[in-house]
Design a protein around this ligand. Structure first.
Ligand SMILES: C[S@@+](CC[C@H](N)C(=O)[O-])C[C@H]1O[C@@H](n2cnc3c(N)ncnc32)[C@H](O)[C@@H]1O
Length: 274
């Protein structure tokens, strides 16, 4: 299936984003009653201070944007033309696949706020989001999965150049490597789902990780409004009986399993990033 048949078109996403901006809570009003959500909003979403630990990652991102090395990419994800190899420059991959800086910094702040020590990521690409997680104070290990060998190779070089020795990269299709990763990291505090954005695999990876989710864990889903399939997956995930709270930030969705939420809570909070 071609990418254009999977994703919403730009005007559709723009309209959905506009509706989100108009209807989402500003974090202090309607729907935000719990102390956990209030603290999350004030201390994470509203925090405008750029973590110093992220500065070398921003510098690396700028450098990668100018990198003209050609990569032979096997894209396993949604929109790939199955089995066909595609050639792209490192700079193109850095511009198109990596989460923008403001969301990278958000991942960093979330992991720091929750005191995460073990993070699992599905979708390394060049390792930029991996690095935002790995630079969190107290982070012991980030295990990140990537299918494309050439991309994984550049990510490895990036981890070395950033001196991030708490990162392990696992190469191969998530269908095979996720089980292996969960053996290596049986209690991830944070799981970032950022690859293969289709309904069936997203649900399968979620179900596979669920038995390993502790009370304090957070699962983060990328691009939850990117396509009909991702919106369907997000709708099912946020209503799962084990999920006690979900936060929709439009480009990212967070789910929590804390029993302190006696009644399940589903909120959308306006976030445009810092
Ligand atoms: C959107 S990119 C990840 C971006 C990265 N998290 C960041 O923000 O810097 C998704 C990556 O997942 C990989 N991927 C997608 N589906 C996969 C699968 N089924 N198995 C292994 N890797 C996969 C792709 O090769 C791609 O590099």
């Amino acid at each position: 299936m071609t990418q254009s048949r999977i994703l919403y078109s730009f005007p559709v996403i723009a309209l959905k984003y506009l509706r989100y901006l108009l209807t989402a809570s500003n974090g202090s009003g309607h729907g935000i009653h719990s102390p956990f959500l209030y603290a999350f909003t004030r201390q994470v979403l509203d925090d405008r201070i750029r973590p110093q630990a992220c500065q070398p990652i921003e510098a690396l991102r700028a450098h990668l944007h100018l990198d003209r090395r050609m990569l032979d990419i096997d894209d396993f994800g949604a929109g790939s033309v199955s089995g066909r190899s595609r050639h792209r420059r490192v700079g193109q991959v850095a511009r198109s696949a990596a989460k923008p800086s403001r969301y990278g910094r958000l991942l960093h702040r979330v992991a720091a706020h929750l005191g995460c020590r073990h993070a699992l990521e599905l979708g390394t690409s060049l390792g930029l989001s991996t690095a935002y997680l790995a630079t969190v104070p107290g982070m012991e290990k980030v295990l990140s999965l990537e299918g494309s060998p050439s991309v994984r190779q550049v990510a490895s070089e990036n981890m070395v150049s950033l001196k991030l020795f708490n990162v392990t990269l696992l190469e191969g299709n998530f269908d095979q490597t996720l089980g292996q990763a969960l053996q290596q990291m049986p209690r991830p505090d944070l799981v970032f789902f950022d690859g293969n954005h289709r309904y069936e695999p997203t649900m399968r990876y979620f179900q596979q990780c669920l038995p390993y989710a502790s009370e304090d864990a957070v699962f983060i889903f990328d691009d939850i409004h990117w396509s009909r399939e991702m919106e369907q997956a997000w709708a099912v995930i946020r209503q799962h009986p084990q999920v006690r709270c979900s936060i929709d930030l439009f480009f990212l969705g967070f789910v929590f399993f804390r029993s302190a939420f006696r009644q399940p809570q589903q909120v959308a909070i306006r976030y445009t990033g810092f």
